[in-house]
Design a protein around this ligand. Structure first.
Ligand SMILES: Cc1cc2nc3c(=O)[nH]c(=O)nc-3n(C[C@H](O)[C@H](O)[C@H](O)COP(=O)(O)O)c2cc1C
Length: 356
């Protein structure tokens, strides 16, 4: 039985354990230039210092118009690359690993963060917003209609993902994760509920898979062979006639054939849907995709370390991501290790605070 705190190797990277932090938007780039700030360094650094085996960045846009909000981080410029390099270097000094989630929000871009007491919905162009893009000119409910990408513009999206991956490699990031979940651009191409194209990027399953597969191939080509590539999927739209688990299995096999090393298995986000989120509600999806022969990470309302350990021990997933729990508890893995009398991951600066 695999232990939650056992190391895990993919290609040339060994994660010190299997308890990881997933991508979580911080909406904290106040300069609106996509350059990660001191807040990002402190936030990610704290969680690496707290012992998580891998910390993944917020959804990081590959082009400016791919940002969910004007306050998102990006990876299309040298200044952004340099800021990510600083964070990756800190993660390595702390003995951890750092991943960047590469993203394009498509028709769900150009919104306000929607923090309590602050505006939500679309950011108007005169307030610094922009015209969004998507496979088809169909709006997400409550947001403006996007521009349907031309074939040439789709090619530019593929090149933008590849170029961001090359910058991530230069920044010495350990993992790149392509965000193809939660109703953002690549998921919008996958789902028949958002993709009404009649060209080679729409219609049949083969056509709807085309853009995510082209992105995976281009990213793999620009990303060193010794570093792992992840893809985050929504395993289902939770809606009749939408993207579902059987289609996800086909996609997972095709991604693995193109050098994708792990599927990070989430769900939903394409359109409002009836979801009943109970602890571990997405774990059965991770189990099913793993049965296709692709390593997986499970995520979604997993807050109890015993639950996380049981998921890994049962072979339902190779790793577990804790999102909101990691916001509340940046040092959870250190506590678990210390309970076993093993304080190897405790940074020397904090060593006197831990028994053993
Ligand atoms: C504040 C916040 C921001 C998030 N931002 C992202 C994101 O940028 N990319 C992504 O794939 N998922 C994002 N998510 C989803 C999380 O990665 C995770 O899948 C979700 O919170 C469920 O896990 P949890 O129950 O452990 O929090 C976000 C979640 C939260 C709470």
């Amino acid at each position: 039985m695999t232990d939650l705190l056992a190391p895990f190797t993919l290609r040339g990277r060994t994660f010190r354990n299997r308890l990881w932090v997933p991508a979580m938007c911080l909406y904290s780039v106040e300069a609106r230039d996509g350059v990660p700030t001191d807040f990002h360094l402190a936030h990610y650094g704290a969680r690496v210092a707290g012992g998580y085996g891998l910390v993944v960045s917020e959804a990081t846009a590959v082009v400016p118009e791919g940002r969910i909000t004007p306050y998102d981080a990006g990876l299309w410029s040298d200044a952004q690359g340099a800021a990510w390099a600083r964070i990756a270097a800190l993660a390595h000094r702390l003995g951890g690993a750092f991943g960047v989630q590469l993203a394009h929000a498509g028709r769900k871009a150009s919104t306000w963060p929607g923090w309590p007491g602050q505006p939500s919905g679309a950011v108007a162009v005169e307030e610094g917003g922009w015209r969004t893009v998507a496979p088809s000119a169909t709006a997400f409910p409550g947001l403006p209609a996007p521009h349907a990408l031309t074939i040439e513009e789709i090619g530019a999206v593929v090149r933008a993902f590849a170029s961001a991956a090359r910058r991530a490699a230069e920044a010495d990031v350990d993992v790149v994760e392509v965000h193809a979940a939660h109703g953002y651009l690549l998921h919008q191409f996958l789902s028949p509920l958002s993709n009404q194209r009649t060209d080679r990027y729409g219609g049949s399953l083969e056509n709807r898979l085309r853009l995510p597969l082209e992105v995976a191939e281009a990213v793999r080509a620009g990303w060193p062979d010794d570093r792992p590539l992840f893809v985050r999927l929504s395993a289902t739209d939770w809606l009749p006639g939408g993207w579902d688990l059987d289609q996800s299995c086909v996609l997972a096999r095709e991604l693995a054939a193109r050098g994708v090393d792990l599927i990070d298995v989430s769900s939903g986000g394409l359109l409002p849907a009836p979801i009943d989120p109970v602890p571990g509600y997405q774990v059965p999806f991770a189990r099913r995709l793993r049965a296709e022969g692709v390593p997986t990470a499970a995520v979604g309302l997993i807050t109890d370390p015993a639950h996380a350990a049981a998921i890994v021990a049962a072979g339902d997933a190779d790793a577990v991501l804790m999102g909101r729990e990691a916001l509340r508890n940046p040092s959870l893995p250190l506590h678990l290790a210390a309970e076993r009398g093993d304080v190897t991951w405790v940074p020397p600066q904090y060593r006197r605070a831990w028994p053993g």
